[in-house]
Design a protein around this ligand. Structure first.
Ligand code: NAP
Length: 301
């Protein structure tokens, strides 16, 4: 493994994310990043990162680390100590890691959550690429620019807060938050500043972008639609951050009602693409990453 200032080699080798010249992979000079969280075994992050490294032809590799709640601070210390270049962070560690890194970007500080650690000169910098990844996915996959638009976000947890913050930074005219717990909805809406407010379900009818950011529709809830489907219709883009299943009941009913729809795979891919860019300084090969994600989850987004 190389230190933080490493210049990873180029040249892709067959069957490897990138090829160490003439040798086995990974090698003693492969630059390493990863993803940490719990559960982690089904994470798509290593696939997305390694697809990007292969497409870029650089000698980098990404692996998954199972780190349980309470282990975030020790893991952050290990990132720098081992000379890793960065780390994606997922449940349940995003807040713990925010408290443990050397520095936070303004976005991560506002959210109190980190999904991407970047190592700069041996210091750990905590960033959050979830919200910007969401906005980038709307532009890339749906041609949707939030600037001047009315948006509704259903949910007030970590994903919702990242999306609310990013929509406001992207110039949304209004970001209405619909939350089960009013106190959390108030906190989420405040992230949008003057554009944010806590709303009612009926507000969904006026929204040009509807983002679903609760777990409703996953697991035992599969088939559940989190809002009154009669509020959905033509002229709306409906995005479900849930991507297991890929085509949720919400997306099916929204499409039936004439709305445009997008799955949560777009946000997953684009937040990972931004992480790759933070780590490597290279433009991420989003199309290759999107294809890898589509293959893994069983369809396009
Ligand atoms: P979280 O922090 O636990 O927040 C979950 C939110 O959903 C909370 O506001 C919670 O309400 C609300 N909620 C939970 N069960 C509900 C129910 N039965 N009815 C109404 N509201 C309910 O979780 P998260 O990290 O924000 O994740 C939310 C969803 O987004 C998950 O499905 C996750 O898989 C998905 N996600 C997708 C991506 C992606 O890249 N596509 C990224 C991150 C997350 P309270 O406020 O009352 O607790």
């Amino acid at each position: 493994m190389t230190g933080a200032g490493a210049q990873p080699g180029a040249g892709a080798g067959a069957g490897t994310p990138s090829g160490a010249a003439g040798g086995t992979w990974p090698s003693a000079t492969t630059a390493l990043v990863g993803v940490m969280g719990d559960p982690i075994a089904h994470s798509l992050s290593p696939l997305l990162h390694n697809t990007a490294f292969r497409a870029l032809g650089i000698d980098w590799a990404s692996v998954a680390f199972e780190v349980r709640a309470g282990g975030g601070a020790a893991a952050v210390a290990g990132i720098a100590a081992l000379g890793l270049h960065g780390m994606s962070v997922t449940m349940p560690l995003k807040e713990e890691v925010a408290a443990a890194v050397d520095e936070l970007t303004p976005v991560a500080a506002r959210l109190g959550a980190v999904n991407c650690v970047v190592v700069r000169d041996g210091r750990t910098v905590g960033d959050s690429t979830d919200g910007d990844g969401f906005v980038a996915s709307c532009a890339a996959e749906s041609g949707f620019d939030p600037s001047g638009r009315r948006c509704a976000v259903i949910g007030a947890g970590g994903a919702a807060r990242a999306v609310v913050d990013a929509l406001a930074r992207a110039g949304a005219a209004e970001v209405v938050v619909l939350g089960r717990t009013r106190e959390r909805a108030v906190v989420a809406a405040a992230l949008a500043g003057p554009a944010g407010r806590v709303g009612e379900e009926a507000d969904v009818a006026d929204a040009e972008l509807v983002v679903h950011a609760t777990p409703v529709g996953m697991g035992a809830d599969v088939g559940a639609v989190p809002i009154d489907w009669r509020l959905l219709g033509p002229g709306q883009l409906v995005v479900d951050l849930v991507y297991h299943p890929l085509q949720t009941a919400l997306l099916r009913v929204a499409a039936d009602r004439g709305a445009r729809t997008a799955t949560g795979v777009g946000m997953l891919v684009h937040q990972a693409a931004l992480a790759v860019e933070r780590w490597t300084g290279r433009v991420a090969p989003v199309t290759a990453m999107q294809a890898a994600a589509a293959g893994a989850v069983g369809g396009g987004s």
